[in-house]
Design a protein around this ligand. Sequence first.
Ligand SMILES: NC(=O)c1ccc[n+]([C@@H]2O[C@H](COP(=O)([O-])OP(=O)(O)OC[C@H]3O[C@@H](n4cnc5c(N)ncnc54)[C@H](O)[C@@H]3O)[C@@H](O)[C@H]2O)c1
Ligand SMILES: O=C(O)C(=O)C[C@@H](O)[C@H](O)[C@H](O)COP(=O)(O)O
Ligand SMILES: [Zn+2]
Length: 348
Amino acid sequence: MLNETLFVGSSALAKLAELAVRPTISQVVVVADTNTARQCMPLLAPHLPQGHRVIEIPAGEEYKTLLICETLWTELTNHHADRHTLLINLGGGVVTDLGGFAAALYKRGISFVQVPTTLLAQVDASVGGKTGVDFLGFKNQLGVFQQPLAVCIDPRFLLTLDPRQLTSGYAEVVKHWLIADAEAFARNRYVGVLGVDDWTPVIQESVALKQQIVAQDPLETGLRKLLNFGHTVGHALESYLLQQPGREILHGEAVAAGMVCEAWLSYRKGLLSERELEQIESFLFSVFVKVQFVGLETEAIAEFALQDKKNAGSVINCTLLSGIGQGVYDQPITLPEIAESLRYYHRL
Ligand SMILES: NC(=O)c1ccc[n+]([C@@H]2O[C@H](COP(=O)([O-])OP(=O)(O)OC[C@H]3O[C@@H](n4cnc5c(N)ncnc54)[C@H](O)[C@@H]3O)[C@@H](O)[C@H]2O)c1
Ligand SMILES: O=C(O)C(=O)C[C@@H](O)[C@H](O)[C@H](O)COP(=O)(O)O
Ligand SMILES: [Zn+2]
């Protein structure tokens, strides 16, 4: 069962204000990163109760770690935050993942509200209860499923977002189309990154699609693995490049590359037609910059997939496509196949 309450639109923060003054809440603590503390706090602040505290963490994927959780837990402890504390996570997927995880563990669990401020977090990361941090260079290696009290999505936060970050978030929107909405893909495939003034309908559609899947399988025993399309190869690429200073890429950029590789694997396994593969590739390359690596690196990148959470024993399970708008999960693939898909991507 999902118990998260979702609000999308310019009244979402007013809903948060109502939640934050519940008499059962002892104190309100906002977690923000250095950028969202500066650029997003002005929109949120009028909706916060008096006496709230703000804890700032450094911005960026390299800080989605246990060490930063410890600094957060230390601050909470030093300020006598009890079990009735409400944590408000104000930021992109790094803040919502880490803040949700930290809330789930502090005193065995305190309530938290997600206030996502990037497109990626608004269409994906803040919804569905996956929280966690990276560990030993592997993405989200430590985490829990824990639903927030609410998710409050105000698209006005996107006004200060860097265009590269906006495009990165768009990858998860496209992922949702490819696994479950052929009509939306067909409607948008000649458009490029949507040049819309109001992201509200795009966010609403994407979130509804994700919620529909999560509601049927919140703990990812089966169907939810559809939401991981592009991530077996995408996370491998993201993790590999994260370890190489100066070559880091954004999560959505990695997922976009991963979707090309996994669409090609789907084609190679006879699940996807050549025409569909070509449509997916040409759309993705029209929107996302090509991720740079050399052919010699493909084996080392593929190795990261050995830690993918969908795996069972030595079998690497991937989510593939049996058509545009039709994901299929638990498709076994091998390390050489992953490396080959990366070489295919590299040659394109
Ligand atoms: N839990 C999930 O279901 C889920 C889903 C998808 C992705 N993720 C995770 O999300 C993370 C990526 O999230 P992201 O792409 O939001 O990155 P991010 O959280 O690093 O945010 C990107 C950058 O934008 C800045 N920023 C955020 N909002 C801003 C705003 N409104 N204006 C100006 N600057 C702003 C941040 O400070 C940061 O520098 C990855 O760690 C990924 O694994 C989780
Ligand atoms: O919500 C989900 O389920 C997803 O898989 C969404 C992904 O976009 C997201 O990147 C997620 O954090 C990946 O999870 P992981 O289990 O592969 O770490
Ligand atoms: Zn993702």
